[in-house]
Design a protein around this ligand. Structure first.
Ligand code: NAD
Length: 354
């Protein structure tokens, strides 16, 4: 299979970690007989410095022409003084909106080898954690009408959802639940919000199409609590934009390993943008210290969700597991008795295990 991938290394550790992901893709290509066609594009601070805009048109056009995008990270102190539209992070919003990526997948996986990093009591996470948060990304209160009154002493933001907007994200969540343990928790605030009542009715209706999936509804405040009380009760969580923003951060933080977590932003036709959840870590950029695993696992998600290559995705995930079993660690996940390696060596170790 031939795959057209747009690569956006971005700023800070972005180039370091994307290079390791490309190394791993090279081995996957050789082993499974695929060809990856890469095109590199600018976005973020490096694009501001080079062409004066965080998201150049050539990047947008290049991504539209690709089948998937792999992004490192954008931003850094060098550009912190810039205002709104000129900030590096604008590139992310521009890409997500411009490419129509309405579905954000954030797996929160705690590898049993790293259970020490979890801030929760060990008995709560016995055997590891594996939660998938499916977040609606292009609607809700972040995109609704907002403003102030004339006196500027009152402000409002509006949360709105249409049935079709809810249907497309909920269908994604059911499809993902079918590929996992067939358990879906829909999160809302239906005791108060009308959008949540609409959301709930769509979920209930669609549940008829997926009789094998066990569905439950929970209020967002309860889920925030249950995630730290008993996280293993969750398999797939689906929710609207703002609730998903907060809950996906909470879920990933209970794994304690920011350098390990990938993410995907998708639309219905399988096109996707894949990136680690962490930022550009300017404090360790270019020092061979960054953990490349979140980006490498983002490649696994790309192969699984955009190209339906689950064997190849499994191979990458298994390789990461083997490297952890062999006690190799980058500084961020280092602990006593483990073997310290840099970014490049970690990439090589994972590639060797494919
Ligand atoms: P960050 O995720 O970059 O860093 C937080 C801490 O985690 C730092 O100590 C960093 O060294 C460490 N860390 C992060 N990723 C790591 C990795 N792969 N390996 C080892 N350690 C890692 O968050 P921040 O410091 O709040 O933000 C830095 C910059 O990144 C800011 O400009 C911010 O706007 C930007 N940012 C970008 C994205 C993105 O591109 N998607 C996301 C978040 C933040």
């Amino acid at each position: 299979m031939k795959m057209r991938i747009a690569l956006i290394p971005g700023d800070g550790i972005g180039p370091d970690i994307v290079a390791e992901a490309v190394k791993v893709m090279g081995v996957v290509g050789t082993k499974f007989g695929h060809k990856f066609d890469y095109s590199f594009y600018l976005a973020g601070g490096v694009a501001i410095d080079t062409v004066g805009h965080p998201l150049p048109e050539s990047t947008m056009l290049g991504c539209q022409d690709a089948e998937a995008v792999l992004l490192g990270a954008v931003g850094g102190p060098k550009w912190d003084h810039l205002g709104g539209e000129q900030r590096p992070e604008k590139a992310l919003l521009g890409l997500r909106g411009g490419l129509g990526l309405f579905c954000n997948l954030r797996p929160a996986i705690l590898y049993s080898q790293l259970s020490d990093a979890c801030p929760l009591k060990q008995e709560l996470i016995e055997g590891g954690l594996d939660i998938m948060v499916v977040r609606e990304l292009t609607g809700g209160i972040y995109f609704g009408e907002r403003g102030r009154n004339e006196a500027k002493d009152r402000a409002f933001d509006t949360m709105a959802y249409s049935v079709s907007e809810v249907e497309r994200i909920v269908r994604m969540a059911f499809d993902i639940a079918m590929k996992r343990n067939k358990r879906l928790t829909s999160v809302d605030k239906a005791n108060i919000l009308e959008t949540s009542r609409l959301w709930r009715s769509v979920v209930d209706k669609m549940a008829n199409d997926y009789p094998e999936v066990a569905v439950n509804h929970m209020y967002v405040d309860n889920v925030a609590m249950q995630l730290v009380r008993n996280p293993r009760q969750f398999d797939v969580i689906v929710t609207e934009n703002m609730f998903g923003d907060i809950l996906s951060d909470e879920a990933s933080m209970i794994t304690g390993s920011i350098g390990m977590l990938p993410s995907a932003s998708l639309r219905a036709d399988s096109f996707g943008m894949y990136e680690p959840i962490h930022g550009s870590a300017p404090d360790i950029a270019g020092q061979d210290k960054a953990n490349p695993i979140a980006t490498i696992l983002s490649v696994a998600m790309m192969l699984r969700y955009t190209f339906s290559l689950s064997k190849e995705a499994d191979a990458i995930e298994a390789a990461v597991g083997k490297v952890l079993d062999a006690r190799w660690r980058t500084t961020d996940i280092m602990s006593k008795g483990m073997r310290l390696v840099g970014t490049k060596e970690m990439g090589t170790l994972v590639a060797q295990q494919i």
